[in-house]
Design a protein around this ligand. Structure first.
Ligand code: 48F
Length: 263
């Protein structure tokens, strides 16, 4: 009997495996929007806790603002309180001379290490997928509305698909896209002093780092925020190429989600 040509076997394997991965991710414990550093740590921790978690990332390469270091000098700085998260992922770091408690590391190693470890822990990552809306039912956020990034970029009139999730994490960084659209379209009131998004403040490293962690929380039933998104919502300060707050924010949001789902 004639066997199928290799070309066919390769294409069939890709279609079958991707379809299986997507089918298994249509109902999730946790759907994360954006694959920046905070989201990647959260995904790893959630997967390690045995939860079904997937990241939907608009760009071809996950990693968010990690790759470019400071002004394209591809090195970043992390403070002592977050070293354990680098060590758990096998990412090397060394002291910054003259700045006690700060270590410097290769930003490409950090991005690739965070991505690799999230996947190895069992999280799924869908790249080139943009989240364009949320599922909003019974006064809670219940999932995501997704489409291919090229469809979004080309402005093609193509209906999206949906992903149902018990919890959604907005990890979209500075623009906090998902919370923005939920406030606008579902007219929800957030757990903030004004009920709305306060807006990110300018750079102040000493304030921005702890406030990123402090501002990481559930802002509406089913809708959590981490990383710079959380700072934008609560009016926190930015901090540039220091990433400890991002990593710790990912760790914190995972803990909050696990606590909620255990209840
Ligand atoms: O901005 P980003 O890296 O998130 P983060 O974890 O980290 C912030 C730092 O990189 C840096 C900083 C540290 O000092 O200030 O900025 O808060 O990554 C956010 C990711 O979300 C993706 C976007 O492409 C990026 O990779 N993203 C944004 N909107 C969407 C999205 C969307 N609607 N759908 C899918 N992905």
């Amino acid at each position: 009997m004639e066997t199928l040509p290799t070309e066919n076997a390769i294409s069939a394997a890709i279609v079958q495996n991707f379809s299986k991965k997507l089918l298994e991710s249509l109902v999730l414990d946790v759907a994360i929007v954006g694959g920046g550093p905070s989201a990647l740590v959260a995904a790893r921790k959630l997967a390690e806790a045995g939860l079904k978690v997937a990241i939907f990332e608009r760009k071809l390469a996950p990693g968010g603002g990690t790759w470019g270091g400071g002004m394209l000098f591809n090195e970043v700085v992390v403070q002592e309180s977050a070293f354990h998260l680098l060590d758990e992922a096998g990412i090397a770091h060394k002291p910054v001379e003259g700045a006690s408690g700060y270590h410097i590391l290769d930003s490409v190693e950090m991005a690739s290490g965070l991505i690799y470890n999230a996947i190895k822990a069992g999280a799924k990552i869908f790249n080139s997928v943009s989240v364009e809306d949320v599922i909003f039912k019974n006064d809670a956020i219940g999932g995501l509305v997704i489409n291919w990034t090229p469809v979004e970029r080309l402005g093609m009139h193509v209906d999206p698909l949906t992903v149902v999730a018990s919890c959604v994490i907005d990890g979209t960084g500075h623009p906090c896209e998902i919370v923005q659209l939920a406030v606008k379209k579902a007219q929800i009131k957030l757990e903030t002093p004004t009920g709305g998004i306060i807006g990110e403040r300018p750079m102040w490293v000493a304030e921005g780092e702890p406030s990123t962690i402090e501002n990481t929380r559930e802002y509406y039933p089913g809708l959590f925020a981490c990383g710079m998104c959380a700072n934008n919502i609560m009016g926190g300060y930015r901090m540039g190429p220091i990433f400890g707050g991002m990593l710790l924010s990912g760790e914190k949001v995972a803990k909050l989600v696990i606590q909620k789902l255990k209840k």
